[in-house]
Design a protein around this ligand. Sequence first.
Ligand SMILES: C[S@@+](CC[C@H](N)C(=O)[O-])C[C@H]1O[C@@H](n2cnc3c(N)ncnc32)[C@H](O)[C@@H]1O
Length: 290
Amino acid sequence: MAEQPLADLLREAERVLTASGVWGPREDAAALAAHVLGLTEEALKPEYPVPAAAAERLRTLVGRRASRIPLGHLTGRARLGGIEVTVTEDVFVPRFPTELLLRWGLSAVEGAKDPVVVDLCTGSGAVALAVAHARPDATVHAVELDAAALECARRNAAERAAAGDRPVAVHQGDVTDPVLLADLDGTADLVLANPPYVPVGTELLPEWGEHHPRQAVFAGDDGLDVIRRVIACAARLLRPGGGLAIEHGDAQIDVVPGLLAATGAFAEAEGHRDQENRPRYTTTLRKAVS
Ligand SMILES: C[S@@+](CC[C@H](N)C(=O)[O-])C[C@H]1O[C@@H](n2cnc3c(N)ncnc32)[C@H](O)[C@@H]1O
């Protein structure tokens, strides 16, 4: 068969993805088709004649997605805050809920001139780079422990800088390090973090449980190992009045405020829900006294 209408291929892909339990089969089929055809999803037309080789490539990718490899790992791209970044298969794919944490962060520094912003556990660098894109006057630092993620973040940072955004400083670092970014102590206007937060042993969808690096997802028996260190690090880095937002799991919305309060460094915390109304991140401000 020389060519096939796109609509037929999309129907076939949706059937395969639905049968394998993928939760957004239509959306993922469209995203993979756009990727294969080099088009935006908006430009996909049902009658588009897809050449045989492209149809085969699409079927292969649909098969891989049906084996529950994350969409972002198949397309190699992910979007956050109006920018696109590269994600390699050994790096966490930025998620839609993090968009809200990002928006909170941007609103927290709305009135600040030349803000200093730190993104802890940056992964692909998406959050840090989205801040730099939205706030050309900001000095943005991104911190990541894992070598593969670091390489990906550096590559994305170079890509965004070449596109005209202010360069982001990407640091290899560990949030458990008590002197991490010590030069910035007491100066940061905003600290954002989407750290690993799933308790070890939790059963997850294969996209997260099998196809994401463990250090990007799991964090000790209660899932709070890294969050605790993020809080300590943020208490040190933030200036009085500086903002902190931490993404976390559903149940942790009842725990994170207590961890923040125990430091004595933060004002009353506020829990926030994501686009699906699930408890997703907590915010607070650094108090004047520690
Ligand atoms: C949930 S992923 C989030 C990545 C990115 N912030 C995002 O939203 O797409 C968490 C990231 O934290 C990194 N990480 C885990 N433990 C860390 C630590 N102790 N210090 C710094 N980064 C860490 C992981 O390698 C991973 O890239």
